[in-house]
Design a protein. Sequence first.
Length: 427
Amino acid sequence: MSGANARPRSSEGAPARPPRWLVGVTGGLAAVKTPSLVRRLREAGADVRVAATPAALRFVTPLALATAAGHEVLDDAAWFAADGDAKHLSLAAWADGLLVAPATADALARIAAGHAGDVVSALALTTPRVVLAPAMNPAMWASAPVRRNVARLRADGREVLDPASGAMGTVGEAPGPGRLPDEAALVAAVVRAPRGRDLEGLRVVVTAGPTREPIDPVRFLSNPSSGRMGAAVAAAARDRGAHVTLVHGPMTAAVPHGVEAVPVDTAAAMLAAARGPYGACDLFVATAAVADWTPAEPSASKRAKGEGPTDLRLVRTPDVLATLAEEDDRPVRVGFAMETDAGPERAAEKARAKRLAFALLNYPAGGRPGGEAGPEADVAADEGGFGSDRATLTLVTPDGASDRWPPLSKREAAERILDAVRPHLPG
C-alpha cells in the first residue's frame, strides 16, 4: 500500500500503532455533533481521547463523549490525577495531534493568544499538531478579530480548516459560512499526513465556480457548479505556503480566508480578471465550469414572457485556459474535464491542446471503468458531480496515461492534485 493514507509500518514490517488523537470540544452548539465525529475517527483506526471545556459540557454530556471515545473525558476538574499526573501534559505527549471541533470564536482567540485557562487551550500549547475546525455564526466568522486570529494561528503553524456553508443551528439565523465541516472532511484532515509548506514563495491562481451568460438583466445561461473544488484547491495551496488568487464566478462555496478573491460573472470577465495574476503565477489551476456559449444579442431590458424570442442565437465564449496558455506558456497549468462519455480520451486531448501538466477527469455517477460514463451518468450526483462534497477524479496526462483515484473529499482531492503537480513547479 502506498500514498498519504497508507497505514504506517514499523521497521520490522509489522503495522505500526494506530494514530493517537485528542479531540477538544469547546462551547458551541455544534458540540452536539462531536460524539458522532469521535466514533468516525475510531472507525478510521484512530485511538481517541476527549477533552472538553466547561462551556462545551453545557451542550453535550460527558457520558456521551466518554461512550463515543471509550475513555473518560478530561475536563477542567481533572487536569491533575490523584498521583500528581498532569494530564494536559501527559496526554499531549501521548497524542499525535489535537483536533478542536468545534472551535468557537472564543477558543480561536484563546489559542491564538497562548492562553492556558482551560484544558483545551492548555493542550493546544504542547500537542505537536493542532487542527482547528471553526463553527460559529457567519457574521462572527467574517469579523475582523476572528480573521486576525485565524491568520495568527496559521502563521504559528496551526491548521485552521475553513467552515462549511449552509443553514445554521439557531432559528432565524441567516445561512452562510460558519458550520462545522462535515465528518468526512474532519476525518480526512486528521488521517492525511500534513504536507508542510512546500509551496512557500510560489504564486498560485485558481479559477472556480460557474459563469453566467446574460440573456437579459434577470435571465442567464449557467450550470450547477458550486465552486467547492476550486475553493478546496485554493485553501490547500494557501496552507502549503502559496500566495493564492481565486478568480471565481457566482459560486455557493465560501471563499477561503487568506486568499485574494476576484469575483466575476461572465466567461469574458473571468478571462480579463485572470490575465493579470496569470502572468505572474507559477501554477494555474482551472477548476471553473466556464459556460461554453453566450447569447449573441442579450437584451438590455427584461422581456415579458410573451415577447421572448422563440429562438436564442448563441456564440462561443472565450476559452479561458486555452487563451491564457496561448498568450503565455510559462506557468504550469492544470485543467478539469467533465465528461459523460469517452472521458479519458477527451481529457488527454484537452491536456495536449492546452499544454497542461495533466487534466483531471471528473466523471460522475454511472461512470464505467477507466472514467467513461454512459448516458445514464448524473453530473449532479452526490458522489463526484456538480455540488457534491466529494470528488471522483482520474488524472490524465497528455500522453494518455491515467490514474483513477477513489472517491475523496474535495480537500483531500485538492491535496492530491498539488502533490501531483509539485514536481513540475520551481523550487
